[in-house]
Design a protein around this ligand. Structure first.
Ligand SMILES: Cc1cc2nc3c(=O)[nH]c(=O)nc-3n(C[C@H](O)[C@H](O)[C@H](O)COP(=O)(O)OP(=O)(O)OC[C@H]3O[C@@H](n4cnc5c(N)ncnc54)[C@H](O)[C@@H]3O)c2cc1C
Length: 88
């Protein structure tokens, strides 16, 4: 089966922009492939592990009432909910 047959949309890059776009599309019922060239998700809104110390790759703060919070609300993630799972 070709990619065109398997997916309605292919999003390149799992930064906050791509992740939000993919999440909104999936929430509307689209079959989405989110492709990331790096070994981890999140782009400049992630963390890198240095001997157990997690360092931000960029963004740390999410604007209250801003676009990220609005997307989270739209896809059913409660405000203030956090992911504490560490990268393998
Ligand atoms: C030091 C710093 C601090 C910041 N602090 C904040 C903050 O506190 N709050 C805030 O809201 N914003 C902050 N920002 C800004 C915020 O981090 C960025 O605006 C946001 O992360 C950009 O997201 P993006 O999805 O546009 O791009 P990126 O995060 O750059 O994501 C792009 C992704 O696409 C991938 N990619 C690229 N090409 C391909 C390809 N061909 N195929 C597959 N994958 C590909 C990359 O590997 C990457 O994962 C900060 C930025 C920096 C640098």
């Amino acid at each position: 089966m070709s990619l065109e047959q398997r997916y309605d949309a292919i999003v390149l890059g799992s930064g906050v922009g791509g992740s939000c776009a993919a999440a909104l599309l999936a929430n509307e019922g689209c079959k989405v492939l989110l492709a990331e060239k790096r070994a981890y998700l999140g782009g400049r809104f992630s963390t890198s592990d240095h001997d157990g110390y997690l360092c931000a790759t960029g963004g740390l703060a999410v604007q209250v009432g801003g676009p990220i919070e609005k997307v989270c609300a739209q896809i059913g993630i409660a405000s203030g909910q956090r992911c504490t799972q560490r990268r393998a």
